[in-house]
Design a protein around this ligand. Structure first.
Ligand code: GLP
Length: 264
């Protein structure tokens, strides 16, 4: 696992955008895994900037979103498919049908079939080449809350109270408006992506990042599953790095990276 510590979220956004640019250069029809939340926004802003500058095109790429709230009206501004369109995909040149999200329109007891269909659609597209991730303060990725099976697949999950409280800021601070359930890619689903890039900023994420980088792999901190991935990058700012024992080593390691390693 590669840990990169930078001072600002903007710098981290550029590191992730570089990875995506390299991927698209090598494979213009790449499959991107997109995450919502506030952490990846600097990545999307940088990608939009590069697209507008004519440096990048998503015309042949596809995208799959990690998760989706269950129970919000289709046009709700905080439904993740609407968030991702607004913040990123509508601002660049993805083809109209290229951006996929879990279908949550069926009654909840019928969602299992749609979860399987989502997995099948990802597989039919050739699998995710690069998956962007954030992390919740309780260590969840997508909506895989603590004690999620490390071999879980796409399914309905109930949100932890801490997550609903954290996400209430997107719902005008009203906890009651935050859905209790979501469809989320499972941990095993996420681990199948060829490359993982996680971004976390601010002191609020320091404990989750400490577990991710230096803790034991545990279902209690689902994000720690990334330790088992052969190609995972963790992009953090000084606040999120605040509890890491070996932060100086990670900084030095990045400064002294050899030229051939810089393309990874
Ligand atoms: C939500 C999303 C996650 C995201 C997390 C952190 O719960 N389902 O994918 O990583 O929030 O969000 P933020 O980046 O806003 O802190």
């Amino acid at each position: 696992m590669e840990v990169i510590i930078k001072e600002t979220a903007e710098e981290l956004g550029k590191v992730a955008a570089d990875d995506i640019a390299r991927l698209l250069e090598r494979k213009p029809d790449a499959v991107l895994g997109l995450a919502t939340g506030s952490s990846p926004l600097p990545i999307y802003q940088e990608l939009v900037r590069r697209y507008q500058a004519g440096e990048l095109s998503f015309a042949r790429a596809k995208a799959f979103i990690l998760d989706e709230y269950v129970g919000l009206p289709a046009d709700h501004p905080e439904a993740y498919r609407n968030v991702i369109r607004r913040e990123f995909t509508d601002q660049v040149d993805f083809a109209p049908d290229a951006v996929h999200s879990p279908d949550v329109s069926a009654p909840v007891q019928e969602l299992a079939a749609d979860c399987r269909a989502y997995e099948e659609a990802m597989a039919a597209a050739g699998g995710v080449d690069l998956q962007l991730l954030g992390v919740g303060t309780d260590g969840h990725i997508a909506f895989n809350e603590p004690a999620s099976s490390l071999s879980s697949r796409t399914r309905v999950k109930m949100l932890a109270q801490e997550t609903r409280r954290d996400n209430a800021r997107f719902f005008g601070g009203d906890l009651d408006s935050v859905p209790y359930h979501a469809v989320t890619q499972g941990l095993a689903t996420i681990m199948e992506a060829r490359q993982l890039v996680l971004i976390a900023t601010g002191e609020g994420k320091a404990q989750a990042v400490e577990q991710l980088v230096e803790g034991p792999v545990s279902a209690l901190w689902p994000v720690t599953i990334l330790q088992h991935h052969p190609h995972a990058k963790v992009l953090i700012d000084d606040g999120a790095a605040g509890r890491l024992l070996r932060a100086n080593y990670y900084r030095e390691n990045h400064e002294h990276k050899m030229a051939w390693q810089r393309q990874a």
